[in-house]
Design a protein around this ligand. Structure first.
Ligand code: ADP
Length: 526
């Protein structure tokens, strides 16, 4: 809790009724004090107290009564009513109370008629009304100057004008004959208490009243031209700041293309160019972040797909193997040893398939996180192709009566590839070719230099790929309409990933019924 007392919390804070009662009590206090001055001071001093009385009661009410939280019309109406009641308080409260308590020196000693006294009392309420309008204007002005720099600058001009006006008023007071009368009266007052009251009534209060009147007059005269002047003087500054504020708001609202026109060479111009630089930086960072976010989302999605597909792909062969092992164990003693051996061999080939699948998955997951380890080195492709073809052709012939050949030139520049991965790529493509080529067909591997790159083709005379499948065959787990039962749909995805990781790319051309040709484009060693 903030327990510190603030003087401003006393201002404009009470209910009108309370404010009026307080004003009445202030009036009584002044009457009580001035009644004691009778006989001690010049009668003129007591006469001036009439203004002091009305001015003090009025100002007390002006500064204490809170402003209603409504529109201008209702506020004015409420202030008008309060002013009227204040006049009534003066007429029917202060006046009779003063007369009854014999504290009426201030109007008994004046040369004013009763009508004039009534007028002065009534004027308290009218003065209250206009002073409240001034207070409201002042508060409004304060709010305006806090919100707009243009008005802050105008306010600074005003303060200078007001300071001059105040100095002028004080000098004016000092040079008028009134000040010498006041000085004379002050000198003649013997009683120390009475001299304090005299100086208050003939010096301080009139000066204060003049200052208030002077302030109101200065403000009403100076404010409009000063505002116009400041407007023109400060427009260039504020216009540039406003455009900066607008652009900042646009940027905050998400328009990252918003920029401000740099105008001039002063501090504001520097702020404008700094703002633009900051906005440039922000948009670049955001763009990078967005790309990163999309990449991460893509990786996460492909991870999810991978896990779903992997669990599906692994579950079936593992369940089949388990069932086969259980049946075999049940019937082990009743089955001839040759039959058991044949079954174990079948299982071994199943397990081999599984381990190939797991290897492929591992390689793909490594490439997902950019962790694919490649050992690229200048490699002569001719012996490599021959070695793969020679190793694979007997099996191709045995299993499907398909001839696998190598059609390579005498010499070929070295390729910059990882030889182990290159073998894996060729084996995958050969295996696919043989798998999709009917007996009597051919799968040929050729290699050639084309410009500054090397090209390796794996062409088959098989069933070809339908245009619908052709668009998807490089996707993970995609199996075409002609897919073999043991196919997992990972081979070509892996081949593409490896070729691209080595800096090359893969193409395919295929016509259903005529065969397919997978072309690898590989970088040459420098
Ligand atoms: P898998 O290794 O399981 O065969 P791939 O990714 O290598 O999977 O192949 C995806 C699909 O592409 C296969 O299911 C098949 O339909 C098609 N395909 C691949 N190679 C050939 C080919 N040489 N001839 C015809 N179709 C092919």
């Amino acid at each position: 809790m903030n327990s510190r007392f603030r003087f401003s919390s006393l201002l404009l804070s009470v209910h009108p009724l309370q404010g009026l009662v307080e004003a009445y009590l202030v009036g009584l206090l002044i009457l009580a004090s001035t009644s004691h001055l009778e006989g001690l001071v010049d009668p003129f001093v007591v006469q001036t107290a009439m203004f002091f009385l009305c001015g003090s009661c009025g100002m007390w009410a002006v500064l204490r009564i809170r402003l209603p939280d409504t529109g201008w019309f209702w506020r004015s109406l409420s202030d008008g009513l309060t002013g009227m009641i204040l006049s009534l308080v003066m007429l029917f409260g202060i006046w009779p109370s003063g007369s009854f308590l014999k504290w009426d020196a201030i109007w008994r000693l004046t040369s004013w008629s009763t009508d004039q006294i009534i007028m002065v009392f009534c004027f308290t309420g009218i003065g209250f009304f206009f002073a409240r309008i001034f207070v409201r204007l002042w508060l409004r002005w304060n709010a305006m100057r806090k919100r707009r720099m243009l008005w802050t600058i105008t306010n600074a001009h005003l303060m200078v004008a007001i300071a001059f006006a105040l100095i002028f008023i004080v000098i004016f007071f000092l040079v008028t004959p009134y000040s010498s009368t006041a000085a004379r009266i002050l000198q003649e007052t013997r009683d120390p208490m009475a001299s304090v009251a005299t100086s208050l009534l003939v010096t301080f209060f009139p000066v204060l009243s003049l200052i208030v009147i002077g302030l109101v007059a200065t403000l009403s005269v100076i404010l409009p031209p000063s505002a116009v002047f400041s407007y023109f003087v400060s427009r260039r500054i504020t216009r540039r700041l406003e455009s900066l504020t607008k652009t900042t708001a646009a940027l905050r609202a998400g328009d990252y293309t918003a920029r401000v026109t740099v105008d001039g060479e002063d501090e504001i111009a520097r702020l404008q160019s700094d703002f633009n630089a900051m906005a440039d930086r922000l948009s670049t960072t955001l763009r990078d972040l967005n790309t990163e976010k999309n990449n991460t989302a893509q990786i996460l999605q492909s991870r999810r797909d991978l896990i779903a597909s992997v669990s599906h792909e692994l579950r079936t062969p593992v369940a089949t193997l388990r069932a086969a092992i259980e049946t075999m164990l049940d019937r082990w003693d009743n089955t001839p040893p040759d039959e058991n051996r044949r079954k174990v061999a079948l299982m071994e080939s199943e397990i081999h398939q599984l381990s190939v699948l797991i290897d492929d998955l591992f390689t793909l997951s490594q490439s997902d996180v950019d962790n694919l380890s490649l050992d690229c080195a200048p490699t002569d492709l001719l012996p490599l192709v021959k070695e793969v073809v020679d190793g694979f052709s007997p099996l191709a012939w045995q299993s499907g009566r398909v001839e696998v050949t190598a059609q390579v030139p005498e010499k070929l520049p070295a390729a910059l590839v990882d030889p182990r991965r290159m073998r894996q790529i060729l084996l995958n493509l050969l295996r696919n070719g043989v798998r999709h080529t009917p007996p009597g067909g051919i799968v040929a591997v050729s290699a050639a230099q084309v410009g500054d790159i090397l090209r390796v083709d794996v062409r088959d005379t098989g069933e070809g790929i339908s245009p619908d499948d052709l668009e998807h065959i490089f996707e993970r787990f995609y199996r075409g309409t002609n897919a073999a039962p043991e196919s997992a749909g990972l081979g070509l995805a892996l081949v593409k990933e490896l070729v691209e990781a080595m800096g090359g790319w893969i193409n395919v051309e295929s016509k259903p019924g005529e065969g397919s040709c997978f072309s690898l484009t590989l970088p040459m060693a420098k």
